[in-house]
Design a protein. Structure first.
Lengths: 680, 156
């Protein structure tokens, strides 16, 4: 196994591979080069995998699993493999961007390559001993070690379990390049996970991995895929109606030990499944019997939107599947009556009556959100194992981040999904959901999380909304802004480089360098000062303010990063700064500012540009000069008006002065004549 | 306590006319030849005085004063010599004396007409210079500081 970083168990690449500026692919974590010319089919468990060249140690046998844009790697588990020593798992070694086979930049998770083909390559009935020694023991050991680290695998399936060469025992494949259970078919997931959005299944618990391992054991014991050809919804319905074990195994005969183990591992309640530590000793695990009470079955079924339901769990599923007409049925009291009279569960009926009564406080009759809350509460009350079901969307609260990423990155999948996800955040549905099932989750923690998410979503300006929430909840989600030209940008340092490269495109340069997606991305990943700037950015801000705020934000990023010169981005910003420069009043100062900004832009120094254009002293002097100029202009205007109005006065003055002057001269002449006469 | 109305200290025009008529009558009676000569030499000024409708008759007064300056010498000499009315008529028939007096009055009259015009021209030129300077100053503020253009009330 290659050496790992001392500071981070899973080194994240700092190479500028995502910039797209270099023809040579960058090294991930300074060591791993992805060799996209050598794909490794079937190694990535459904994801593309490629061979890796380790430039540091020359270690062979590594692979890079490529993440999809809409399904980011599992950031929360990647750092927990520091001293991993179990060879029955392909642990993550490093994470970072590199050039993909299609020439785009993508993020890869480096891990050891599988030692052999996947179990799905050749399916045949396995014997009891093989199953116990080569599958159950090594896999249970891995799950036990993962459980001790509070990590789940959530990708245990035939095409992600590999046969080791010599020992023949299985190795669990990579499960780190996509959200938990993202690629799991409904067959391998418990009903409460299979009914969720595939991106919203959440981390789950190690019991869910035990379930998937139980399915694998059953499939290998049978030597064929059960329920083959059925749609995921049909598989789910059969699991709900018959129970997982009966749905999968049916009347087939399994080896007795395997049958007992699988029955326990496929228990509907995760608390009833044997823990991995017990599975390491199959005999002890077989002996463990949990007396699970069979679900109550009604004397007469309830027909709901074409579905016939016999018990509370299938009723919950039917209600969740039909969010439009279910509220009416619930409000009518039919469900409560059926629970009381046909199912004989007066406690459930009383709780349902209470939930329907709560509906009156949530909003008027035609309030769709209040109906959504009613359905969500009813489902959680009828089936405490069920996920959060909000108006046709089912997910676990910790799967909200990947679900948002999926909805945002691929909006063509259906415009209703982002709206539904935002609704459930806005209503703090997770908090209300947890209150209905306090025995399964901590309502205080869930309410606090729900409130925090709502607060993030409601941030003003471009710092809020769906993008902000998606980037905040997915630390490794690439920015989906079209301005980045398809480059995989996960960190703010990559953002600056990507924008610098995008500045070469004249079409892109026509708008400001930050759109809503980039702003939300920066608000989620950068410091508080950037978030405050971004909160001021919205449709109401004037062009000069917008350009200045964006310059300040990007300058903060450049300053907090390596301070790498960004001449392309600086030139782009300079063009967009024209309205901000125009707000300076003094022409000479403005021209000098433009010349200085031009100089700084060519050097790619954004912080210096901010210092120059946003200098409080210079701005104050300019404002004071402008005020003085206006006052002087007003005085000039007043003088000009007075001069224009003084024409009549001047005429009168001229007449008086002329008369007085001539009179004076005449008096002087008379005086002179008198004097001359007297003297003569 | 109300203030007493201020009594206007103006002389009755009738009284003044009466005093002026009395003075003229006295002059005609006591110094007939000198008065005749003065009337003949100051005839244009007296005509201007009569025709001047402006309050204070500034034009007439100036013309009369200028004529008086020219005529005072001959009139005083006639009065001093005690000559008869014939002597007055003889002196008045001296073209040089008559022309001198009348030209002095004509010049004075012309001066009263032209001087205000000249002064007005000077004042207007001064105002125009000031306006041009202020407009240049304002234009420089508009250009350098972005001050909005002058309003319509400003002189154009």
């Amino acid at each position: 196994m290659p050496p790992q970083s001392d500071t981070s168990p899973v080194p994240v690449s700092a190479s500028p591979a995502g910039s797209g500026q270099s023809a040579v692919p960058g090294l991930i974590a300074g060591a791993y080069a992805v060799d996209t010319t050598h794909p490794l089919p079937q190694a990535g468990g459904g994801l593309q995998a490629f061979a890796v060249i380790d430039h540091r140690s020359g270690h062979q046998g590594l692979m890079a699993v490529q993440s999809e844009r809409s399904a980011p790697p599992r950031a929360n588990v990647l750092g927990a493999f520091g001293d991993w020593a179990n060879n029955a798992l392909l642990p993550p070694l490093a994470l970072g961007p590199a050039r993909s086979a299609r020439g785009e930049n993508a993020w890869f998770v480096i891990s050891p390559a599988p030692p052999g083909p996947p179990l799905s390559a050749e399916l045949h009935p396995w014997g009891e001993r093989e199953l116990l020694e080569r599958v159950l023991r090594p896999a249970a050991g891995v799950l036990q070690a993962l459980g001790e680290r509070h990590i789940t695998h959530r990708a245990i399936r035939l095409d992600n379990l590999f046969q080791a060469g010599a020992s023949g025992s299985v190795v669990l494949g990579s499960a780190w390049s996509a959200p938990p259970a993202f690629h799991q078919p409904a067959l391998y997931e418990p009903a409460y996970s299979a009914m969720c959005l595939r991106s919203g299944r959440g981390d789950g618990s190690i019991a869910d991995d035990v379930y998937a391992l139980g399915v694998v054991l059953a499939v290998l014991a049978l030597g064929k895929m059960p329920l083959e050809g059925l749609a995921p919804d049909d598989i789910l319905r059969r699991k709900l109606e018959l129970g997982s074990f009966a749905a999968l195994v049916g009347n087939a005969r399994l080896p007795p030990v395997i049958s007992d183990l699988v029955r326990g591992m496929l228990a509907e309640d995760p608390e009833h499944r044997p823990p991995p530590a017990l599975l390491v000793d199959p005999i002890a695990a077989r002996a463990r019997r949990v007396a699970a009470r069979p679900p109550r079955r009604a004397q007469h079924p309830l027909v709901l939107s074409g579905s016939t339901v016999w018990d509370a769990r299938t009723l919950a599923f039917a209600i969740a599947q039909d969010p439009e007409s279910s509220p009416r049925l619930l409000r009518s009291g039919n469900v409560e009556r059926w629970l009381r009279r046909n199912l004989g569960d007066s406690a459930a009926a009383a709780k349902m009556a209470e939930i329907v009564h709560l509906r009156t406080f949530d909003g008027p009759v035609d309030d769709a959100r209040a109906d959504g809350m009613l359905v969500m509460r009813a489902v959680a009350s009828l089936d405490p194992l069920a996920p959060l079901c909000w108006r046709g969307v089912a997910l676990w609260p910790d799967g909200l981040g990947p679900a948002l990423a999926d909805a945002m990155a691929a909006p063509e999948k259906g415009s209703i999904l982002p709206e539904r996800l935002l609704e459930l955040v806005d209503c703090e549905a997770a908090g209300h959901w947890a209150q209905i099932r306090p025995e399964r989750s901590d309502p205080t923690v869930m309410q606090s999380e729900a409130r925090h998410r709502r607060m993030l979503m409601r941030q003003r300006g471009w710092a809020g909304g769906l993008p902000r929430l998606a980037y905040a909840l997915n630390p490794l989600l690439s920015c989906v802004s079209p301005l980045l030209g398809g480059q995989a940008v996960v960190r703010t340092s990559e953002l600056l480089q990507a924008l610098d490269a995008a500045a070469a495109n004249a079409q892109i340069r026509r708008s400001l360098p930050m759109d809503h997606d980039i702003a939300a991305f920066v608000a989620a990943r950068a410091d508080q000062s950037s978030a405050a700037n971004i909160a001021s950015l919205d449709g109401k801000v004037t062009p000069d303010q917008a350009s200045l705020l964006q310059l300040q934000t990007l300058a903060n990023l450049q300053q907090s990063g390596k301070g790498m010169a960004l001449p392309g981005l600086a030139g782009w910003l300079l063009e967009q700064l024209a309205p901000a420069v125009a707000t300076w009043h003094n022409r000479q100062r403005r021209e000098a500012l433009e010349r200085a900004l031009q100089h700084l832009a060519s050097a790619g120094n954004l912080p210096a540009m901010v210092t120059l254009i946003d200098s409080p002293e210079a701005r104050k002097a300019d404002e004071e000069g402008h005020r003085a100029a206006i006052e002087t202009a007003h005085r000039i205007d007043a003088t000009l008006r007075a001069l224009a109005a003084g024409k009549t006065r001047r005429t009168e003055s001229a007449r008086q002065m002329g008369q007085e002057l001539t009179l004076g001269l005449a008096v002087m002449a008379l005086t002179a004549a008198v004097v001359a006469m007297v003297l003569s | 306590m109300s203030a007493k109305p201020v009594r206007k200290q103006t002389r009755n025009p009738g009284t003044r006319l009466w005093i002026q008529g009395l003075a003229c009558g006295a002059a005609l009676t006591l110094a007939t030849p000198a008065t005749v000569l003065a009337l003949l030499l100051l005839a244009p000024a007296l005509a201007a005085l009569l025709l001047d409708a402006e309050p204070g008759r500034p034009c007439g007064r100036t013309t009369l004063l200028a004529g008086a300056a020219a005529a005072i010498g001959p009139v005083f000499r006639l009065w001093s010599s005690g000559g008869p009315v014939g002597s007055a008529l003889a002196a008045a028939s001296d073209p040089q004396l008559l022309l001198t007096c009348w030209l002095a009055q004509a010049g004075a009259w012309l001066a009263t007409q032209l001087t205000p015009l000249v002064i007005r021209l000077v004042l207007e030129a001064n105002a125009a210079t000031q306006i041009a300077r202020l407009r240049r100053q304002r234009a420089s503020y508009e250009k350098d500081w972005g001050v909005p253009p002058a309003e319509e009330t400003s002189p154009t």
